[in-house]
Design a protein around this ligand. Structure first.
Ligand code: ZN
Ligand code: ZN
Length: 227
């Protein structure tokens, strides 16, 4: 079967369940059972793009289907690596997994946006979509894409309620890390301006309660109060 024939070969995706052609769960192939098996696809491309096959394994399966090989035949052994290694998370396309509250442990507590996702019927560049449509941080988005790639079900709790997963919270957290009361060498003048107008009991309150959560609120309060 020539390269061109492999490229142009169309049929329905055979990956309607696990354990066909020797494909086992431990191969960690995403999107099985395939939800695109109702129409013919360019199988070679589909296997690489949707099921993350490496090119050699995709060709092997295309040839087997072309030759009417039985799905009971073990084309791949359990130790064969089938999926692509070093996948670029940024380039991975799939349908958005955030179709319901609680997917991967994401809840109301996390302040993510647009869940359930209104665009989940089409494939998207998942890493980017999770950030721009659902306000997830790049770190959280990457964690989800890697989970999808490794065939992790959405009921798996990747995140806990007190995890920071959104862009805004992460940005604020970065900002908090630069608290001027710690880094006085950086913000010396700013601190002087603030402290000049602070009442002593309020300073005591502040220093005793200077947690990540209330620091910025406190700062806003006395900036406005002493305007
Ligand atoms: Zn498929
Ligand atoms: Zn979405």
């Amino acid at each position: 079967m020539s390269y061109q024939k492999v490229q142009n070969f169309k049929c329905r995706c055979p990956l309607i369940r696990i354990n066909v052609f020797g494909i086992h769960e431990s191969h960690q192939i995403p999107n099985i059972p395939c939800d695109r098996s109702s129409n013919d696809v360019f199988l070679n491309q589909h296997l690489q793009w949707y099921h993350n096959f490496d090119s050699g394994s995709a060709r092997k399966l295309v040839r087997a289907i072309f030759n009417n090989t039985s799905p009971h035949q073990n084309l791949f052994s359990i130790n064969d690596p089938i999926v692509k290694r070093n996948i670029a998370v940024e380039g991975y396309k799939c349908k958005c997994p955030l179709t319901h509250d609680g997917a991967f442990g994401l809840s109301d507590e996390h302040d993510i946006t647009n869940v359930p996702c209104g665009r989940a019927d089409k494939e998207v560049l998942c890493f980017q979509h999770l950030q721009y449509h659902h306000n997830l941080s790049s770190r959280a988005a990457k964690k989800i894409v890697l989970a999808i790639l490794s065939y992790t079900p959405t009921v798996t709790q990747l995140f806990h309620n007190d995890d920071f997963v959104t862009q805004s919270k992460c940005a604020v957290r970065k900002l908090k890390a630069k608290c001027p009361l710690i880094a006085t060498h950086m913000y010396g003048k700013f601190i002087d301006l603030l402290i000049v107008n602070v009442k002593i009991p309020f300073m005591v309150f502040l220093t005793q309660n200077l947690t990540k959560q209330n620091y910025f609120l406190s700062q806003m309060y006395f900036l406005i109060k002493n305007r």
